[in-house]
Design a protein around this ligand. Structure first.
Ligand code: SF4
Length: 246
Protein backbone atom coordinates (compact mmCIF):
# COMPACT_ATOMS: atom_id res chain seq x y z
CA UNK A 1 0.00 0.00 0.00
CA UNK A 2 1.25 3.47 -0.89
CA UNK A 3 0.00 6.55 0.90
CA UNK A 4 -0.37 9.96 -0.74
CA UNK A 5 -0.68 12.70 1.88
CA UNK A 6 -2.68 15.73 0.77
CA UNK A 7 -2.13 18.08 3.72
CA UNK A 8 -4.08 18.81 6.88
CA UNK A 9 -6.95 20.88 5.50
CA UNK A 10 -10.37 19.56 6.51
CA UNK A 11 -13.93 20.88 6.64
CA UNK A 12 -14.63 19.04 9.92
CA UNK A 13 -13.11 19.92 13.28
CA UNK A 14 -13.26 16.63 15.15
CA UNK A 15 -12.68 16.75 18.89
CA UNK A 16 -10.24 13.84 18.63
CA UNK A 17 -8.47 14.85 15.42
CA UNK A 18 -4.81 13.91 15.72
CA UNK A 19 -3.95 16.63 13.21
CA UNK A 20 -5.69 19.57 14.89
CA UNK A 21 -2.47 20.86 16.45
CA UNK A 22 -0.50 20.31 13.25
CA UNK A 23 -3.13 22.16 11.24
CA UNK A 24 -2.92 25.13 13.59
CA UNK A 25 0.89 25.00 13.55
CA UNK A 26 0.93 25.45 9.78
CA UNK A 27 -1.04 28.68 10.25
CA UNK A 28 -2.08 28.40 6.63
CA UNK A 29 -5.60 28.17 5.27
CA UNK A 30 -4.45 25.47 2.88
CA UNK A 31 -3.42 23.16 5.73
CA UNK A 32 0.01 22.54 4.27
CA UNK A 33 -1.20 21.71 0.78
CA UNK A 34 1.68 21.45 -1.67
CA UNK A 35 0.41 20.58 -5.13
CA UNK A 36 3.86 20.10 -6.66
CA UNK A 37 4.87 17.67 -3.91
CA UNK A 38 1.57 15.79 -4.15
CA UNK A 39 1.88 15.39 -7.91
CA UNK A 40 5.52 14.39 -7.59
CA UNK A 41 4.58 11.69 -5.09
CA UNK A 42 1.95 10.36 -7.51
CA UNK A 43 4.38 10.42 -10.41
CA UNK A 44 6.87 8.51 -8.26
CA UNK A 45 4.49 5.54 -8.20
CA UNK A 46 6.48 3.69 -10.81
CA UNK A 47 7.07 0.44 -8.96
CA UNK A 48 3.57 -0.60 -7.91
CA UNK A 49 3.09 -4.31 -7.52
CA UNK A 50 0.10 -5.99 -9.19
CA UNK A 51 -2.88 -5.57 -6.90
CA UNK A 52 -1.25 -2.82 -4.87
CA UNK A 53 -3.40 -0.06 -3.40
CA UNK A 54 -2.77 3.67 -3.36
CA UNK A 55 -4.48 5.58 -0.54
CA UNK A 56 -5.23 9.29 -0.55
CA UNK A 57 -5.24 10.64 2.99
CA UNK A 58 -5.44 14.05 4.65
CA UNK A 59 -6.84 16.07 6.31
CA UNK A 60 -9.79 15.68 4.00
CA UNK A 61 -8.89 14.61 0.46
CA UNK A 62 -12.13 15.82 -1.11
CA UNK A 63 -11.49 19.49 -0.27
CA UNK A 64 -8.94 19.41 -3.11
CA UNK A 65 -10.67 19.96 -6.44
CA UNK A 66 -7.84 18.03 -8.11
CA UNK A 67 -8.66 14.75 -6.32
CA UNK A 68 -10.42 13.02 -9.26
CA UNK A 69 -7.50 13.96 -11.50
CA UNK A 70 -5.01 12.68 -8.93
CA UNK A 71 -6.89 9.39 -8.62
CA UNK A 72 -6.83 8.99 -12.41
CA UNK A 73 -3.12 9.76 -12.41
CA UNK A 74 -2.44 7.08 -9.77
CA UNK A 75 -4.40 4.58 -11.84
CA UNK A 76 -2.37 5.55 -14.92
CA UNK A 77 0.76 4.82 -12.84
CA UNK A 78 -0.57 1.29 -12.24
CA UNK A 79 -2.64 1.45 -9.05
CA UNK A 80 -5.01 -1.51 -9.01
CA UNK A 81 -7.02 -0.09 -6.14
CA UNK A 82 -7.44 3.40 -4.81
CA UNK A 83 -8.64 4.09 -1.28
CA UNK A 84 -9.79 7.56 -0.20
CA UNK A 85 -10.02 8.33 3.51
CA UNK A 86 -12.82 10.89 3.74
CA UNK A 87 -15.56 12.38 5.86
CA UNK A 88 -17.78 11.86 2.82
CA UNK A 89 -19.36 15.30 2.95
CA UNK A 90 -18.57 16.33 -0.61
CA UNK A 91 -20.27 13.19 -1.90
CA UNK A 92 -23.54 14.73 -0.72
CA UNK A 93 -23.34 16.24 -4.20
CA UNK A 94 -24.32 13.30 -6.39
CA UNK A 95 -22.39 14.72 -9.35
CA UNK A 96 -19.20 14.61 -7.31
CA UNK A 97 -19.78 10.95 -6.41
CA UNK A 98 -20.25 10.26 -10.12
CA UNK A 99 -17.08 12.20 -10.90
CA UNK A 100 -15.13 10.00 -8.47
CA UNK A 101 -16.72 6.84 -9.88
CA UNK A 102 -15.77 7.94 -13.41
CA UNK A 103 -12.07 7.70 -12.51
CA UNK A 104 -12.29 3.91 -12.78
CA UNK A 105 -14.73 3.74 -15.72
CA UNK A 106 -13.41 1.34 -18.33
CA UNK A 107 -10.39 0.52 -16.17
CA UNK A 108 -9.57 -2.61 -14.23
CA UNK A 109 -8.78 -0.49 -11.14
CA UNK A 110 -11.26 -0.12 -8.29
CA UNK A 111 -12.06 2.77 -5.98
CA UNK A 112 -13.08 2.45 -2.31
CA UNK A 113 -13.87 4.97 0.41
CA UNK A 114 -13.13 4.87 4.14
CA UNK A 115 -15.81 7.21 5.51
CA UNK A 116 -15.70 8.80 8.95
CA UNK A 117 -19.11 8.47 10.67
CA UNK A 118 -19.15 9.42 14.34
CA UNK A 119 -22.74 8.96 15.42
CA UNK A 120 -26.16 7.56 14.65
CA UNK A 121 -27.80 10.97 14.99
CA UNK A 122 -27.01 14.50 13.97
CA UNK A 123 -26.38 15.54 17.55
CA UNK A 124 -23.95 12.69 18.22
CA UNK A 125 -22.03 12.99 14.97
CA UNK A 126 -21.76 16.77 15.09
CA UNK A 127 -20.74 16.73 18.75
CA UNK A 128 -17.62 15.00 17.43
CA UNK A 129 -17.13 16.84 14.13
CA UNK A 130 -18.10 20.31 15.42
CA UNK A 131 -19.32 21.00 11.89
CA UNK A 132 -23.01 21.90 11.54
CA UNK A 133 -24.63 20.04 8.65
CA UNK A 134 -21.90 17.41 8.50
CA UNK A 135 -24.11 14.50 9.59
CA UNK A 136 -26.66 14.92 6.79
CA UNK A 137 -23.88 15.37 4.24
CA UNK A 138 -21.90 12.31 5.37
CA UNK A 139 -24.94 10.05 5.39
CA UNK A 140 -26.08 11.35 2.00
CA UNK A 141 -22.52 10.96 0.78
CA UNK A 142 -22.57 7.28 1.73
CA UNK A 143 -25.85 6.85 -0.16
CA UNK A 144 -24.45 8.59 -3.22
CA UNK A 145 -21.35 6.39 -3.07
CA UNK A 146 -23.60 3.35 -3.14
CA UNK A 147 -25.59 4.89 -6.02
CA UNK A 148 -22.35 5.40 -7.95
CA UNK A 149 -21.19 1.83 -7.16
CA UNK A 150 -18.23 2.98 -5.06
CA UNK A 151 -17.48 0.56 -2.22
CA UNK A 152 -17.52 2.30 1.16
CA UNK A 153 -16.44 1.31 4.65
CA UNK A 154 -17.28 3.35 7.73
CA UNK A 155 -14.80 4.20 10.47
CA UNK A 156 -16.13 5.24 13.87
CA UNK A 157 -13.93 6.49 16.70
CA UNK A 158 -15.35 5.26 20.00
CA UNK A 159 -15.86 8.11 22.47
CA UNK A 160 -17.91 8.82 25.57
CA UNK A 161 -20.46 10.50 23.31
CA UNK A 162 -21.19 7.55 21.04
CA UNK A 163 -20.21 4.30 22.78
CA UNK A 164 -23.75 3.58 23.96
CA UNK A 165 -24.95 3.74 20.34
CA UNK A 166 -22.43 1.61 18.45
CA UNK A 167 -25.12 -0.88 17.39
CA UNK A 168 -27.21 1.98 15.97
CA UNK A 169 -24.16 3.26 14.10
CA UNK A 170 -23.77 -0.19 12.51
CA UNK A 171 -27.44 -0.10 11.49
CA UNK A 172 -27.07 3.39 10.00
CA UNK A 173 -23.86 2.48 8.17
CA UNK A 174 -25.55 -0.59 6.71
CA UNK A 175 -28.72 1.30 5.75
CA UNK A 176 -26.61 3.99 4.08
CA UNK A 177 -24.79 1.50 1.89
CA UNK A 178 -21.51 0.80 3.67
CA UNK A 179 -20.25 -2.73 3.21
CA UNK A 180 -17.89 -2.69 6.19
CA UNK A 181 -17.39 -0.93 9.51
CA UNK A 182 -14.41 -0.37 11.76
CA UNK A 183 -14.42 0.80 15.36
CA UNK A 184 -11.34 2.56 16.63
CA UNK A 185 -10.64 3.41 20.30
CA UNK A 186 -10.19 7.17 20.65
CA UNK A 187 -6.87 6.72 22.39
CA UNK A 188 -5.54 5.08 19.20
CA UNK A 189 -6.40 8.22 17.25
CA UNK A 190 -5.30 10.81 19.76
CA UNK A 191 -3.17 9.49 22.61
CA UNK A 192 -2.82 13.05 23.89
CA UNK A 193 -6.57 13.24 24.52
CA UNK A 194 -5.66 13.06 28.19
CA UNK A 195 -4.89 16.78 28.02
CA UNK A 196 -8.52 17.89 27.90
CA UNK A 197 -11.86 16.51 28.93
CA UNK A 198 -11.68 12.69 28.88
CA UNK A 199 -12.88 11.34 25.55
CA UNK A 200 -12.54 7.59 26.11
CA UNK A 201 -15.39 5.69 27.74
CA UNK A 202 -14.59 3.37 30.64
CA UNK A 203 -13.42 0.07 29.15
CA UNK A 204 -15.81 -2.04 31.23
CA UNK A 205 -18.77 0.03 30.06
CA UNK A 206 -17.71 0.04 26.42
CA UNK A 207 -17.05 -3.70 26.05
CA UNK A 208 -20.68 -4.89 26.14
CA UNK A 209 -21.74 -2.13 23.73
CA UNK A 210 -19.02 -3.12 21.31
CA UNK A 211 -20.01 -6.78 21.58
CA UNK A 212 -23.63 -5.85 20.83
CA UNK A 213 -22.54 -3.78 17.82
CA UNK A 214 -20.54 -6.72 16.51
CA UNK A 215 -23.60 -8.97 16.87
CA UNK A 216 -25.67 -6.52 14.83
CA UNK A 217 -22.95 -6.36 12.18
CA UNK A 218 -22.96 -10.15 11.88
CA UNK A 219 -26.75 -10.17 11.69
CA UNK A 220 -26.75 -7.55 8.92
CA UNK A 221 -23.78 -9.16 7.19
CA UNK A 222 -21.75 -5.96 7.20
CA UNK A 223 -18.05 -6.74 7.51
CA UNK A 224 -16.22 -5.84 10.71
CA UNK A 225 -12.73 -4.52 10.08
CA UNK A 226 -9.73 -4.41 12.35
CA UNK A 227 -6.64 -2.30 11.87
CA UNK A 228 -5.92 0.92 10.05
CA UNK A 229 -7.06 0.72 6.45
CA UNK A 230 -4.79 3.56 5.40
CA UNK A 231 -1.80 1.86 6.99
CA UNK A 232 -2.32 -1.29 5.03
CA UNK A 233 -4.05 -3.19 7.79
CA UNK A 234 -7.45 -4.80 7.53
CA UNK A 235 -9.29 -6.10 4.53
CA UNK A 236 -11.95 -4.25 2.62
CA UNK A 237 -13.60 -4.38 -0.79
CA UNK A 238 -12.13 -7.78 -1.47
CA UNK A 239 -8.53 -6.78 -0.96
CA UNK A 240 -5.95 -6.05 1.62
CA UNK A 241 -5.99 -2.27 1.68
CA UNK A 242 -2.65 -0.56 2.03
CA UNK A 243 -1.57 3.09 1.64
CA UNK A 244 1.90 4.58 0.84
CA UNK A 245 4.00 7.01 2.93
CA UNK A 246 4.49 10.43 1.28
S1 SF4 B 1 -12.60 14.33 9.46
FE1 SF4 B 1 -10.58 13.44 9.95
S2 SF4 B 1 -9.05 15.00 9.36
FE2 SF4 B 1 -11.06 16.01 9.47
S3 SF4 B 1 -11.15 16.88 11.54
FE3 SF4 B 1 -12.14 14.85 11.60
S4 SF4 B 1 -10.51 13.41 12.21
FE4 SF4 B 1 -9.51 15.33 11.54
Amino acid sequence: MRRIFLGFACNNGCVFCAQAGLRAAWKRDDGGRDVAAIEASIDALTDLAPGETVAFVGGEPTVHDELPRWISRAIERGASRVLVQTNGRRLAYAKYAEELAATTAGKSATLALDVSLQGSSREMHEHATRAPGSFAQTVLGLRHARGASIAAAVTTVITRANYRHLADIVRLAHASGASAIRFVPVEDVRPSAASGPPLAPPEAMMAPRLAAARDVARELKIALLNGDLAAGEGRFAGASVTVVPP
